[in-house]
Design a protein around this ligand. Structure first.
Ligand code: NAD
Length: 390
């Protein structure tokens, strides 16, 4: 079949298998060139099919020489419909890692379900006996509570009062304004249920109880703080409440893991184009300005550069895990630099349809978005017939 991008409301409904292979190969290539580094060799990634989870998996495998077990929830292909991007990533990653002699398995299952935890525990015993690193990188709009059976939704809304700000339609390349109603208390609580620390805690509890965490196991989950510009809709919004909850649960998990001399912590990552971040209001315009400035200053990173640097220098660096006083690893260190943020602030006030192309890297945003769905890769013939099975 011929596969073209189909984008509705910041969501791309299709993915191109040949372009997806390119996207994965590019990330592996980066890690190979960046070089090997020492780290433990048995890694569980929850949410390792796309974005930050996939980048962590690639860095651990091709940089750290680790075997990886990944749990993600992806749509497989049919004869008439391509799979979701993560489905191809899992297939191609497992093939590439096994070719390298590394253990690599991907389970397609709902990570929020207790039965998935049981399957994963069996799989860990079969593949590794125990794991040394648990990466928690889930991003989901819904979660079914595994005990009550109730389904909760996460929403991206401000708290307290409605919020109006500049925003960009990155497909059309136009600047406009977006107004978002304040969340209800129920919506805020739902978002915390989905994206907060409850599920991560259930995972670590279950893994500890089953004795599949090796002595010294580390567990990391990802968060975002960001600047003033995105504050109302991100950190002071529903998702910010969920992230605060996630960060608090790191403290409790850290105490729990002391029994095996392990630790749990949060890495605060850079704002980047992923399937999850593209649908957050205001954020695409902020990311486009950020890309432009970080590229100008020579400090731009994508997911794989971030996660490689995190594993090599922050989690398994020569001086152990590097955290601030609140137990956070800061991979947003370059994004939050004063010179970067001052420039974003100045450009944010000026940005409009006329200067979008010169003040912001809207093309870079659009290209990253297309490429993570396998489109816009040079050398791929998008008019050619392709097997959706990959
Ligand atoms: P993503 O959408 O690329 O990845 C989400 C992953 O979760 C995928 O592997 C998906 O399959 C998996 N998943 C979703 N629901 C699942 C379920 N029920 N069962 C199993 N797997 C499921 O998102 P991302 O942007 O890489 O986000 C990962 C984490 O990083 C999130 O906590 C996010 O808040 C955080 N983060 C993202 C950014 C950013 O700018 N993208 C910045 C800082 C922190």
């Amino acid at each position: 079949m011929i596969i073209k991008p189909k984008i509705i409301g910041g969501v791309c409904l299709t993915a191109h298998p040949i372009g997806m292979r390119k996207a994965l190969e590019e990330q592996i290539k980066y890690v190979r060139e960046a070089g090997k580094f020492p780290m433990p060799r048995r890694v569980l990634v929850l949410g390792g099919s796309t974005g930050y989870g996939l980048a962590t998996r690639i860095s651990a495998a091709f940089g750290g020489g680790a075997g990886t077990l990944n749990i993600s929830f992806e749509r497989g292909p049919t004869e008439r419909k391509p799979a979701s991007p993560g489905w191809y990533n899992n297939k191609y990653f497992d093939e590439a890692a096994r070719k390298e002699g590394l253990t690599a398995e991907s389970l397609n299952a709902d990570a929020f379900a207790h039965e998935t935890r049981l399957t994963v525990i069996d799989k860990i015993r079969e593949l590794f006996g125990q794991v040394d690193l648990v990466v928690y990188s889930l991003a989901s709009p819904v979660r079914k509570d595994p005990d009550s059976g109730e389904t909760y939704k996460s929403v991206l809304k401000p708290l307290g009062k409605a919020y109006t700000a500049k925003s960009v339609d990155f497909v059309r390349g136009t600047v406009g304004e977006v107004s978002i109603e304040a969340a209800t208390a129920e919506e805020e609580a739902g978002t915390v249920k989905v994206m907060g620390g409850e599920d991560w805690t259930l995972w670590i509890n279950a893994l500890l109880e089953a004795d599949v965490l090796a002595g010294g196991t580390k567990s990391v989950a990802y968060s975002y703080i960001g600047p003033e510009i995105t504050y109302a809709v991100y950190r002071a919004g529903t998702i910010g409440s969920a992230k605060e909850n996630l960060e608090k649960s790191a403290g409790a998990l850290n105490s729990m893991l002391k029994s095996i001399e392990g630790e749990a912590f949060i890495s605060v990552n850079k704002a980047l184009v992923t399937r999850a971040s593209s649908v957050i209001p205001v954020v695409p315009l902020y990311i486009s300005l950020l890309y432009k400035i970080m590229k100008e200053k020579g400090i731009h990173e994508g997911c794989v550069e971030q996660m490689y640097r995190m594993l090599r220098t922050r989690i398994y660096g020569p001086n152990g895990t590097l955290k601030d006083d609140n137990g956070l690893i800061h991979m947003d260190d370059w994004e939050m630099r004063r010179d970067v943020q001052d420039l974003i602030g100045a450009r944010w006030n000026k940005i409009d349809n006329k200067n979008l192309g010169s003040l912001a890297d809207i093309e870079g945003f659009r290209e990253d978005f297309m490429r993570l769905h396998g489109f816009d890769w040079p050398g791929v013939d998008y008019d050619a017939d392709v097997d959706p099975m990959g």
